[in-house]
Ligand binder design. Structure first.
Ligand code: TRP
Length: 458
């Protein structure tokens, strides 16, 4: 349709942008608390296996579809199969982009709002976690507060997408990702050097195999998937701006290493601090907004470090949100011939409208529920627990069985000729994981989300 489709300026630009997509609230907020909940080092061990056997194979598959077709998820399946079913799978990816961004941006808005809270010193007097939790409840009940920061975050996200692949997303990632890493390392060093930090390290790194049960394994599988932004074509779309001269295999490996290392550092930074000041490590999802502000209130230099922490959280969320909006925008640009600027503004606004009821789920719409879930929880559940695993399962099936494996291998070899010709073992292993292990395991995650597994076990 268009001759001059954009491309990343460099391979490192692509890696940083894709790592920016992967590294998000999932790494800084979710990974530490689930690792804490399910037995620390034992959980981390299982999680690493999940990353290797379903994360890496599906990540390679997604990037490969994108790089081969140079299209968004819908256009990519159109180019490779013509079948309505598979084009529909691409469509589900684009819809997931709308849905996930609409609620992700609400939480990301809190992160930005908390930068200001930290700057004006609002955390200073919290000497218990419950005071911080109350403050959080007050803030999210405040409609202008929640809508204001949600809007601000959406505008920031749109700005990068509006400026395009090289000038917006790539340049932004090259600046923001190093900042993120530096901030995180500063916070980790602060955490480790606190008195009593060893208890936090022990909590996170000491294996407790008694906590590993079927539930823990399912959580590890699901998170391996979510943290790598798989299942909806975000990596596919970023891969579609990649040059055929660059190796998909090595790019995927580097993205995974960055994502995992950041999650581990975040875990160390958070738990050393929480333990050192003697707060409750098992606050679960509330850890970041309920417990962390109180942690900083009690820590030497906490004023300064709390500002850094919420800047870090906002950057992590922003680079993920950008990739979500890019999936949607790429579809309107590639397949409907819109220009990027118009697609960004119109679709950003549609996401904003869709996000309003999510933002209001914490206040005026709190009592409106369906299946016991408010609007925010419903959208989150539908997208993260149904659409993502379903999409990931189908992508593995498509590349493993439908596309034609000889074509898959020819495309995969491009840009990775040396590795490919000298290490047949790597390719065979990938093929085995993608065709057999990944689809089965992802399907089990899906059944678990739908409650089928719990039915069987009870
Ligand atoms: N990986 C992101 C995180 O860890 C969340 C996420 C899931 C995501 N799916 C996505 C981000 C798709 C961008 C695109 O927070």
């Amino acid at each position: 349709m268009q001759k001059n489709r954009e491309q990343w300026n460099s391979k490192i630009g692509f890696i940083l942008a894709a790592a920016g997509s992967a590294i998000g609230l999932g790494n800084i907020w979710k990974f530490p608390y689930i690792a804490g909940e399910y037995g620390g080092a034992s959980f981390i061990f299982i999680y690493l296996i999940c990353i290797a056997i379903i994360g890496l194979p599906v990540l390679i598959a997604e990037i490969l579809i994108g790089r081969t077709t140079h299209r968004n998820p819908v256009g990519a399946f159109k180019a490779l199969s013509q079948s309505k079913f598979w084009i529909g799978v691409g469509g589900m990816g684009v819809v997931s982009g709308f849905l996930i961004l609409s609620f992700y941006a609400v939480i990301a808005g809190w992160a930005i709002g908390y930068i200001l809270e930290a700057v004006v010193g609002n955390f200073a007097h919290f000497n218990t976690g419950s005071l911080a939790a109350e403050h959080f409840t007050d803030l999210v009940s405040d409609v202008p507060w929640i809508l204001g920061y949600f809007t601000l975050f959406m505008i920031l996200t749109m700005l990068f997408v509006y400026l395009g692949i090289q000038k917006g997303i790539e340049r932004g990632s090259k600046i923001m990702m190093p900042i993120l890493l530096v901030l995180l390392v500063i916070l980790m060093v602060r955490g480790i050097t606190l008195e009593g930090a060893d208890k936090g390290l022990e909590f996170l790194l000491y294996p407790d195999w008694s906590k590993i049960n079927a539930q823990a394994i399912l959580v590890a599988l699901g998170h391996a998937f979510f943290t790598l932004s798989l299942g909806m074509g975000a990596m596919l779309t970023y891969g579609s701006y990649m040059s055929k001269k660059d190796s998909v295999l090595s790019a995927a490996l580097q993205i995974i290493i960055l994502d995992t290392v950041i999650a581990l550092i975040a875990g160390v930074a958070i738990f050393t601090s929480v333990f050192a000041v003697g707060l409750d490590p098992s606050a679960g999802p509330g850890l970041i907004f309920h417990t962390i502000p109180a942690v900083f209130a009690k820590m030497p230099g906490g004023y300064f470090f709390s500002i850094l922490f919420f800047i870090l959280l906002s950057i992590a969320a922003l680079t993920s949100a950008i990739s979500l909006l890019e999936v949607v925008v790429a579809y309107f640009v590639d397949d409907l011939g819109w220009n990027r600027k118009k697609a960004t503004i119109v679709m950003g606004f549609v996401v904003f409208l869709l996000g309003l009821p999510s933002a209001l789920s914490f206040n005026v719409l709190a009592d409106y529920t369906l299946f016991g879930k408010n609007f925010f929880d419903l959208v989150d559940f539908l997208a993260s627990n149904i659409f993502l695993p379903l999409g990931g399962f189908l992508i593995a099936i498509f590349v493993g069985y439908v596309w034609g494996f000889d074509k898959v291998l020819t495309n995969l070899r491009e840009g990775a000729e040396d590795l490919f010709d000298n290490n047949p073992f790597i390719i065979t292993t990938w093929k085995f994981f993608l065709k057999y292990l990944s689809p089965i395991l992802i399907f089990i995650v899906l059944l678990h989300s739908l409650g089928v597994i719990d039915l069987i076990f009870n």
